[in-house]
Write a protein that binds this ligand. Structure first.
Ligand SMILES: Nc1ncnc2c1ncn2[C@@H]1O[C@H](COP(=O)(O)OP(=O)(O)OP(=O)(O)O)[C@@H](O)[C@H]1O
Ligand SMILES: [Mg+2]
Length: 373
């Protein structure tokens, strides 16, 4: 039985000193990977990321400290059995060049003694899952593009459906466009398969995009900070973290936070049919020049305060369509872009046609400041 509250993987004061090297590769690393989470290990080259992964599946043993997988000390487990139960996407893919794609994906099922039929069905299913064509399964690795090879690496790691997946720069060898697509695919895949994933990268944006928590390592395998992406950007724990994150931390946060994280205001908005007298009064309280007109929960458009003179009621006629529309899942960065591109002051937030509220640049600024807590 697995206890859902127990971390899937835990490194406890783990150090690794390779013989003949002065500095440790990993130094006193304590890290808990929650079940079902994606944790990114990030840091400069040589800081011990790959070593940390290899300590988890016992490709190497710690000099001191220990590792627990599913609450069990890995020293008590058979290393081969442990490794077969943990998917591993190695740095630079590492496919066997003289084996077909299908054979590459089937490595672990074969090692586990699955019969041919079951293995073939699983390979076919995995191809589908990671977005490979069935006809590609008979090819050799050098007959696939870099992005396709990376998919094979992921499929191979998932073959025996292990609960834990270690991925060492899984998208390192592809261009930024393919990389972004593979990252999105990983997130979609994760939403379906719910693995515990430890992913190594030295790409900050990749870590911030795919991870629930980010572990930033400094040289010598020292853990500088372990936090959720927004917390890392909002509150760097030390100078090294601040420097690693770079000067555009707030912009990165804008790309991370979504509109639904804001306290949305309704702003000055009235239902069609409201008397111009009441609409003028509302606008006077709000202090703006424009008022939004709603039909039930649908946003119809804006009317200028000066068009509300005299008696009568607010109609659907002569409304200005909202120039900046965003959804609740839009990033604050996208909302800001919409506002500036449309040269308006306010973006209207709608969810499947339903009016949720408005966002201004000032709301965005305040959200960043408040959350800086
Ligand atoms: N088998 C080994 N024997 C001796 N030293 C090693 C061994 N493996 C790694 N090291 C050293 O340990 C340190 C950490 O290496 P590691 O491969 O974990 O770095 P990394 O963070 O994965 O780097 P990169 O981003 O370049 O992949 C480096 O200084 C490396 O030279
Ligand atoms: Mg490495």
């Amino acid at each position: 039985m697995t206890d859902a509250s127990r971390p899937a993987v835990q490194l406890l004061a783990v150090s690794k000193h390779f013989p003949d090297s002065v500095a440790p590769a990993v130094e006193h690393l304590t890290l808990a990977v929650p079940r079902g989470a994606v944790v990114a290990l990030i840091g400069p080259s040589g800081c011990g990321k790959t070593t940390s992964l290899r300590l988890i599946n016992r490709l190497i043993d710690p000099t001191s400290g220990h590792v627990e997988v599913d609450g069990r000390d890995t020293r008590q487990l058979d290393p081969i059995a442990l490794r077969l139960g943990i998917g591993y996407v190695i740095q630079a893919v590492g496919l066997f060049p003289h084996r077909t794609i299908a054979q590459n994906i089937a490595v672990v099922p074969r090692a586990l003694g699955w019969d041919r039929g079951r293995t073939r069905r699983r390979v076919s299913e995995l191809a589908e899952l990671v977005g490979l064509e069935q006809e590609q399964l008979g090819r050799f690795p050098d007959e696939l593009s870099g992005g396709q090879q990376q998919r094979v690496g992921v499929a191979r790691a998932l073959a025996a459906d292990p609960p834990i997946l270690l991925m060492d720069e899984p998208f390192g060898a592809v261009d930024p466009v393919v990389r972004a697509r593979l990252q999105q695919e990983l997130l979609e895949l994760q939403a379906r398969v719910h693995k515990t994933i430890v992913l190594v990268t030295h790409d900050l944006d990749e870590a911030l995009t795919v991870a629930d928590r980010v572990a930033l390592l400094d040289r010598g395998g020292r853990l500088a900070q372990y936090a959720e992406p927004d917390e890392l950007l909002r509150a760097p724990a030390e100078e090294f973290v601040t420097e690693f994150l770079g000067p555009d931390r707030s912009l990165r946060r804008l790309a991370l936070l979504t509109v639904d994280a804001l306290q949305l205001r309704r702003g000055a908005a009235v239902a069609v049919g409201t008397s111009t007298h009441d609409a003028r009064a509302l606008l006077a309280r709000d202090g703006g020049d424009w008022i939004g007109v709603l039909d039930d929960e649908r946003f119809l458009g804006w009317v200028r305060g000066t068009a509300l003179a005299g008696e009568g009621s607010v109609t659907e006629q002569g409304l200005e369509a909202p120039a900046a529309l965003v959804g609740p899942r839009s990033t604050l960065r996208a909302a800001m872009d919409r506002i500036m591109t449309a040269r308006t002051a306010t973006a209207v937030v709608v969810d499947e046609g339903r009016f949720l509220g408005i966002v201004t640049l000032e709301d965005i600024r305040r959200a960043l400041a408040e959350r800086a807590g």
